[in-house]
Design a protein around this ligand. Structure first.
Ligand code: S3P
Ligand code: PEP
Length: 432
């Protein structure tokens, strides 16, 4: 049980902060570093639970990984795509990103691996990813309904395939790319709506040949020559978003978030805030392999908006925060065509609705949209629960400043999954 605001007073957020390195980029950097030949050096690496799991899994597979949490760095000696045979299952806990991407990596390794994980993943079927990887030539045995635990046997003879995206999911796309890097022929992915492109960008940085034109991603395995690289990981936009929304909603606030990743496929929340009538200043922009810059944000009144399907993948992890901010704006906000979100993140959407309702905030889930009315008064009816979802836990901490009535948050430790220092960083900005 946790109560961030024990003072029964509202606070403002002021000052500046540097958020931890991006989780999504770091997962991929570990994987490419492990697949590559030679040494990879990662800096601004954030040591969260999810990333510790990915690092351990790739160590078990044979990469030599040395972590230095005090300097936020990691050194990886790659395997040159020669992974170890294992007698024990790879335990991936509830790391969804790891599951999909690991399946893609193992699809080209001609050994049998068992992957096991936690309760969330045991309930999240991977049928789309597994169907596509089987089409390429990998074999898998689902123990129950294509969810974990799974047995996968890869092949050195994978066929490239053409996949017309049915679901706008970065995880499914990334899994195919990782398998496609080591297939016999080209793999083509015909896009639906663009999703985060960290896999493509990093693959090419490490020495792959992925062509990304407007509509088609083409992976040419003949061009795959992955070599160790140095990478400074930009700040995690999704982690920064909690402070960004906190400052928007809290009177007399003004904060600057330094070195935040600004990959256009990730920052849909900035467009949503603009659509809602808000402003955010971007300064010190650096257009690196992955762009980054500083964000300055202050308390502003916003109005409701309609978020169309093309925007949804770029706000995927910020939907809990968008629900919160929309409930405090004037007028209605609609997030349209969210079927893909329901498919990949159904549990999270349901938990959001249940927990926000305990604070008196109504969120409507329809067949193909999420609707949040504005001007909702926060009235605490009960203590809330993150249900072990890190993004819900942090959203609920931000929500606690919308009321003077203290409430407890159960399962707050879920924040360790992505951002173990979230509370101590937030305290640096808080002014009572
Ligand atoms: O590829 C990734 O790293 C991720 C993709 C997203 O899921 P989708 O597969 O729904 O795009 C997102 O929700 C998740 O946090 C991380
Ligand atoms: C959904 C997320 O990740 P995963 O898919 O790894 O659970 C997330 O980080 O918000």
């Amino acid at each position: 049980m946790f109560n961030f605001n024990t003072q029964s007073k509202k606070y403002s957020l002021n000052g500046e902060i540097t958020v931890p390195g991006d989780k999504s980029i770091a997962h991929r950097a570990i994987m490419f570093g492990s697949l590559a030949k030679g040494v990879t050096q990662l800096s601004n690496f954030s040591f969260s639970e999810d990333l510790a799991t990915t690092a351990r899994v790739f160590k078990e597979l044979g990469a030599k990984i040395h972590s230095e949490p005090s300097t936020k760095s990691m050194i990886i000696k790659g395997t040159n795509h020669q992974f170890k045979k294992l007698d024990t299952p790879l335990e991936i806990h509830n790391v969804g990103e790891l599951e999909s991407l690991l399946l893609g990596v193992l699809a080209s390794v001609p050994e049998e691996y068992i992957i096991d994980g936690g309760d969330f993943l045991k309930k999240r079927p991977q049928k789309n990813t597994l169907r596509l990887l089987s089409e390429m030539g990998a074999k898998y045995v689902p123990v129950s309904e294509e969810a974990l635990p799974l047995k996968i046997t890869g092949s050195e003879d994978l066929n490239g395939i053409t996949y017309q995206q049915e679901i706008s999911s970065a995880q499914i796309k990334s899994s195919l790319i990782l398998a496609g890097l080591y297939a016999k022929s080209k793999t083509k992915i015909i896009r639906k709506i663009p999703t985060r492109n960290h896999t493509e960008v990093l693959a090419n940085y490490f020495g792959a040949g992925i062509d990304m034109n407007d509509k088609i991603i083409t992976i040419d395995p003949k061009m795959t020559h992955l070599k160790g690289q140095s990478l400074n990981i930009p700040g995690d936009f999704s982690s920064a978003s909690f402070y960004l929304v906190g400052a928007m909603l809290s009177k007399d606030s003004k904060i600057t978030l330094r070195r935040v990743g600004l990959n256009p496929t990730r920052i849909g929340l900035l467009d949503v805030i603009k659509q809602m009538g808000g402003q955010i200043e971007i300064s010190n922009r650096v257009d690196n392999i992955e762009p980054y810059g500083d964000l300055t944000v202050w308390n502003q009144s916003l109005h409701g908006t309609t978020i169309t399907a093309e925007k949804v993948p770029s706000i995927i992890d910020e939907i809990p925060l968008i629900a919160l901010i929309a409930s405090q704006a004037t007028g209605k906000t609609v997030i349209e065509e969210v079927q893909d979100v329901y498919l990949q993140n159904s549990e999270r959407v349901r938990i959001m609705r249940t927990e926000l309702a305990k604070l008196g905030i109504v969120m409507q889930i329809n067949d193909d949209s999420i609707v949040i009315e504005g001007n909702q008064q926060v009235k605490v009816k009960d203590d809330v629960d993150s249900h072990k979802d890190h993004r819900i836990a942090m959203m609920l901490v931000i929500a606690s400043n919308l009321t003077k009535t203290p409430f407890q948050i159960k399962n707050i430790e879920a924040i360790d999954v992505s951002y173990p220092n979230f509370i101590s960083d937030l305290k640096k900005l808080v002014n009572f």
